[in-house]
Each structure stands twice: as C-alpha cells, then as structure tokens.
Design a protein around this ligand. Structure first.
Ligand code: ADP
Ligand code: MG
Length: 249
C-alpha cells in the first residue's frame, strides 16, 4: 500500500493553474523529495495534501483512505504531519516541556498536563525518546527560543512526530538555517525510523541528493519526471529547467 497518493490533483487560483493534474505516489517508508524551480507549485501541493487548501479537483489518499475532504486536524489525526514554526507559547517553554505538551495532546492529556499521574510519566518518557532521536537531549531543559535556528527546526520536527504520524511532510526544513547547521539537521532527519514516511521539499540539491531515494520534479504545477537520484541527475529536461533557472538568476 502507498503511504500517500494523489490522483489528478488540480488547483486553480482564478485562471491560473498552480497544481496541474498531479498524480503522485509516495511509498511506505520512502525518503521522497519534491523538487522544482521557484513557483513550480511545491508549497501549493503540500497545502493541498495537508488540507490547508481545498483542491479544485482530484483526490488525496493516505494509506488507502481518501482524505481529500478532511479538515487539517483530521488529516493530522489520521497520521499526516507537517512542521510548523514553533509558536510563542512553546518558545517560552523548555524543549522537553514543549515536546511533552505535544505528546500529552496526542494522548488526550493536554488539559491535565500538570497533574502528577502515571500517564504523564509515560508522556515525558516518550518526549525524551523523541529528543534523543533528534539529538536534542543535551538542550532538553533550555527554552526553545534560546536555541540555534537549526535546532529549533529539529524541535518542530519533534513536535510533528509527537502525534506519531505515518507520513511527515517537510517543506524546506533548512530554510533560514545557517549552512553549518543544515548538514546536521539533514543527517538527523535521515536517521528517523522508516516507520515514518518522509516527503521533503528542498531547494539545495546537495541536501536533496544526499537524502532522497526517490525524486519527483515539478514544473509549472505538473510532474515533469520522477525517478531515482541518479536518473534525475542525468535527466536532460531536468538539467534544462535548472540551467534555465540559474540563467534567470
Ligand atoms: P513553490 O513552492 O514551488 O515555489 P508555490 O506553490 O508557492 O511554488 O506557488 C506556485 C504558483 O502558485 C506561483 O506562481 C504562486 O504565485 C501561485 N500561488 C500560490 N499561492 C497562491 C494563491 N493563494 N493565490 C494565487 N496564486 C498563488
Ligand atoms: Mg515553496
């Protein structure tokens, strides 16, 4: 079964077609990258997947279930997660508190967070495990807002993973992260367990080719081609698109 699929997904903004009949298959456990020049429609596609935008036509299927009409929070509950920037509430909490809060929310304990019952110990253990996975244990007791940008991105991924998603969507997780930190950020993402399918949008081709096992190239809202990294790297059409973009500056 595919982790995530779209079937002839289409999105119009007025007369402009931002997503053009996109049929995408993301396999279970995949390390799948979505690339394409600026304005290709990558973020629009993610917004259609998460339910932030409603499609004009076409469907989105998560592990065999049609989720096209579900609101965002229901899609998250079904196992489709994306990262959001840390909100102000979380910025004042420590890293461990933030992730524990997200775990509690998933366990239905959010409104009883500070009551000392066994379930909370379990939530803290789960949060600590997530911090370990994301190499954040050493900063568990620091406030999230005091951390370097790259590590804040890792907290956001930890928060997304707290809901135990089957699919994680990462839209340019290294955006704004200094290059010295982005390498570690990607190494950490690459080490996440295969039980989480990952679809990544990233414009840095070095990072894409290091991470992805499958790449879909989007141009003008439509899929230009899809394949393994070596195939994409050798594809003349893909090269032409990126050379064209470089020439335009
Ligand atoms: P990418 O993420 O690949 O850079 P986007 O998905 O952000 O591309 O944008 C794809 C195209 O859709 C762009 O031409 C953009 O201007 C257009 N677009 C995106 N969102 C809207 C919107 N809400 N209304 C109108 N046009 C939009
Ligand atoms: Mg974008």
């Amino acid at each position: 079964m595919m982790a995530l699929q779209t079937d002839r997904l289409l999105k119009r903004f007025g007369g402009f077609v931002a997503t053009n009949e996109v049929s995408l298959n993301v396999a279970e456990g995949a390390r799948h990258a979505l690339i394409g020049p600026n304005g290709a429609g990558k973020t629009t596609l993610v917004n259609l997947l998460t339910g932030f935008l409603a499609p004009t036509s076409g469907t989105v299927t998560l592990r065999g279930q049609d989720i096209s009409r579900l609101p965002q929070h229901r899609r998250v509950a079904q196992g489709l997660a994306r990262t959001f920037q840390i909100n102000r509430l979380f910025a004042d909490l420590t890293v461990l508190q933030s992730v524990t809060l997200a775990v509690c929310e998933r366990m239905g304990l959010a409104h009883r967070l500070w009551r000392p019952v066994g379930a909370h110990a379990e939530a803290i253990d789960t949060a600590a495990l997530l911090l370990q996975r994301l190499r954040l244990l050493d900063v568990a007791h620091r406030r999230t807002r005091d951390l370097a940008y790259g590590r804040q991105r890792l907290i956001e991924i930890a928060l997304a993973l707290a809901v135990q998603p089957s699919v994680l969507l990462l839209d340019e997780p290294a955006a704004g992260v200094p290059s010295g930190e982005s390498r570690e950020l990607f190494e950490t993402i690459a080490e996440l367990p295969r039980s989480v399918t990952i679809m990544l949008i990233e414009h840095d081709m070095d990072l894409v080719f290091r991470f992805a096992e499958r790449i879909t190239v989007l141009v003008n809202g439509a899929i230009l081609t899809e394949g393994e990294p070596a195939e994409i790297a050798a594809d003349r059409q893909v090269k032409a698109v990126y050379l064209g973009e470089a020439a335009r500056g």
